[in-house]
Design a protein around this ligand. Sequence first.
Ligand code: ADP
Length: 187
Amino acid sequence: MFVLILGAPGSGKGTQGKILAERLAVPKITTGDLLRAAMKEGTPLGLEAKKFYDDGKLVPDSIILGMIKEQLDRPEAKNGAILDGFPRTAAQAELVDKTLGQRGQRLNHILLLDVTEDELVRRMSARAQVEGRADDAPEAIATRLQVYQRDTAPLIAHYAQRGIVHRVPGTGTVDQIAGDIKRIIGR
Ligand code: ADP
């Protein structure tokens, strides 16, 4: 089963994705984590990505598309995966559809974590104190929210046409939200 967790920055995609991946025993593929690892290691890809990442901008598709393809093609993801943090652009969505389609697979569920903008800003600012992520600085947070609305939110309509989008209220406790997700996907 392939499940995409979609939501604004700070909506809890990573937390819920991890719970779901463990329950379904499939890998969670997280482009943000892959980028952070590449930046930490200082690889050429990481250094290039950092120019965009720190400001809260999307890392260009020229970098991300190859990363997505490589991850989806890993043997561990043969029968399913939780997609966290991608697709974030139309080109990424096309690549995911095409890669899975060639294997006779498709995205089964899109979970849309719904959190108000005030709460998103509050969570990311709180996280900045703990984790010190460069893109949790106030200006980068504002950019990330704008980029989400402009580039990523339109994907919801694309998937809604297929009837696979489920809206999940993202403001309860972690357990409540995980329970909602379990009910929605039926396992
Ligand atoms: P959040 O959802 O809170 O913004 P992520 O870890 O998913 O956290 O993303 C952090 C940053 O990583 C983004 O602002 C962007 O710079 C980069 N990034 C992650 N995934 C992608 C992607 N699929 N396409 C482009 N950039 C990405």
